[in-house]
Design a protein around this ligand. Structure first.
Ligand code: AMP
Ligand code: MG
Length: 497
């Protein structure tokens, strides 16, 4: 057996869906990190493979046996405007495997050289964005948010030319599917009904086989993608995450977070916070994310209209209720998550009006006080059923509104006391959803600076280790839980392309 037991499917879609592309070799690949846990899950046989060999494969210098490297064609609405031809300009799909869990894993190199879709780009990635995506995507996974994952990070030994000269890197990332809303848009524009049908059939058979039984599998596909995205965005929001570039080409059909560019987790909470330097209008601001997801899903629905019914009007009428459901699905998912964060028991159906009100009041107080998103919820989960000394740790997040925050705590305790769950059980349930460690911007920045400027990866490795168990307090890791002090604060993030 080959170390990577490829079972490639995307390549069977044939011409028009991709371009066969080999990675461009680099001069001195060095493996920075390999994700052995993920590798096992994927059924790869890497235990005895030498580090040098891993560096050769995951830099693109050698193509592993069984791989059929290709770059995928896609289009996309970027900041609301349609770009007819994007595609993998700096990514190459090596192929697919089926994991121990029976799931599909597609393996892609990112930063592995030019492809036919590179336009004016060099097909490369600086090391910084590689480390950033490794850290954030793995952190998301350990927080329980669906995401693409990081299998390997390699330093290439070559320079990458941006505004400055930077060391280069290649990230190997893994998704259950790399098909995006933009992939559907590309085929809808290029080959219409035939292309969309072929792609939809592929997606259904690969990712949602159960839908093939339904009365209208394409309508069911739309409904399923809407459900997945509503649940995904609701999860992001619970951790103060801002994706930053929710263009349709960066929205996955299987509902995984994909394309970590200028993304960021908020420290101090501001409801309309934007980090990305290129998002000047705040299109992808924190509180716009659910609305943008629906906008993107509407673009997806427009593609599926071509195959849902031979009569366009009938198809349009069929997709409308599916899209209209998004808001309810999102709110339900968001509220259930917020109830858990606040220690309220939820039956998933009825929302206690007082609890809903308290959640909204808390967020609005946090916004007014710029309370640290993560610490506020973490401290809340440590509070007892009765007022006590610990309350001060929570109230510290509301310096400018102490009396109102105190009042909120009283009401919160009243809402809790109607539930009849013992304190310890409530606290541990809350602590299982309110992390102490998130990939804070200033920590990511520090890891990148050490690596890029001094070739020192120790901060990267340590931060990654801490983020693997985000909910449990770890001895001696105090500095990874603290918000940045004013000098450390990162106010803007960049695409890094
Ligand atoms: P992104 O901002 O990562 O979503 O990328 C948007 C589009 O630009 C995609 O088609 C990418 O493949 C392409 N792209 C981004 N950076 C590069 C690069 N350095 N070289 C070639 N294409 C790129
Ligand atoms: Mg992208």
């Amino acid at each position: 057996m080959f170390p990577i037991p490829f079972e490639n499917q995307y390549v069977t879609l044939g011409e028009g869906f991709f371009a066969r592309t080999r990675p461009t070799p680099v001069s001195g690949p060095v493996l920075i990190r390999f994700n052995h846990g993920l590798s096992e899950q994927m059924n790869l046989d890497m235990g005895d493979v030498a580090l040098d060999q891993l560096a050769q494969w995951f830099s693109g210098n050698q193509v592993p046996e069984g791989a059929e490297p290709l770059s995928m064609a896609y289009a996309g609405h970027q900041f609301g405007f349609y770009t007819p031809q994007l595609g993998d300009g700096r990514a190459i799909l090596l192929g697919e495997v089926v994991g121990q869990d029976g799931r599909n894993y597609e393996i892609q190199l990112k930063g592995s050289g030019r492809t036919v879709y590179s336009r004016n780009g060099d097909g490369r990635s600086p090391l910084g964005p590689v480390l950033r995506e490794y850290l954030v995507s793995e952190a998301m996974y350990h927080l329980g948010v669906p995401t693409t994952r990081a299998l390997a990070a390699v330093a290439t030994g070559d320079a990458v030319y941006r505004e400055e000269v930077l060391p280069g890197g290649v990230l190997t990332r893994v998704a259950s599917s790399f098909v995006r809303v933009g992939t559907f848009e590309y085929h809808a524009r290029h080959s219409g009904q035939e292309g969309v049908k072929k792609l939809a059939d592929h997606v259904i058979s690969r990712s949602f086989p159960e839908l093939s039984e339904s009365e209208n599998p394409y309508l069911s596909l739309l409904e399923t993608v809407i459900e997945r995205q509503a649940s995904l965005i609701a999860k992001w929001m619970q951790f103060g995450f801002i994706h930053g570039v929710m263009n349709t080409d960066n929205m996955s059909i299987v509902g995984e977070t994909i394309d970590y560019g200028p993304c960021a987790f908020m420290d101090g909470f501001t409801v309309n916070r934007v980090f990305s330097s290129i998002d000047q209008q705040g299109r992808y601001a924190y509180d716009n994310q659910p609305g943008i997801a629906l906008w993107n899903l509407t673009r997806f629905a427009e593609c599926l209209v071509l195959i849902i019914d031979s009569e366009v009007n009938v198809a349009v009428e069929a997709v409308r209720p599916a899209l209209e459901k998004f808001q309810t699905l999102y709110e339900k998912s968001w509220m259930a998550g917020m109830q858990a964060k606040c220690g309220f028991i939820s039956d998933g159906q009825n929302i206690e009006p007082l609890q809903g009100l308290l959640i909204k009041q808390l967020l609005s107080l946090m916004h007014e006080c710029s309370s640290d998103f993560t610490i506020t919820f973490y401290e809340l989960s440590r509070l007892g059923d009765q007022a006590g000394k610990r309350d001060q740790e929570f109230l510290r997040q509301f310096v400018s509104r102490q009396p109102v925050a105190c009042d909120w705590l009283v009401k919160w305790r009243t809402a809790l006391s109607t539930r009849g769950v013992v304190q310890k059980q409530r606290q541990s349930q809350m602590q299982s959803v309110n992390p102490l460690y998130i990939p804070r911007n200033h920590l990511i920045e520090e890891a990148i600076r050490s690596a890029e400027d001094h070739g020192d990866f120790s901060v990267f490795h340590e931060l990654h280790e801490v983020l693997k168990t985000p909910f449990a307090r770890q001895k001696g890791k105090q500095r990874y839980q603290s918000p940045p002090n004013p000098g450390q604060e990162v106010k803007q993030t960049f695409c890094g392309t």
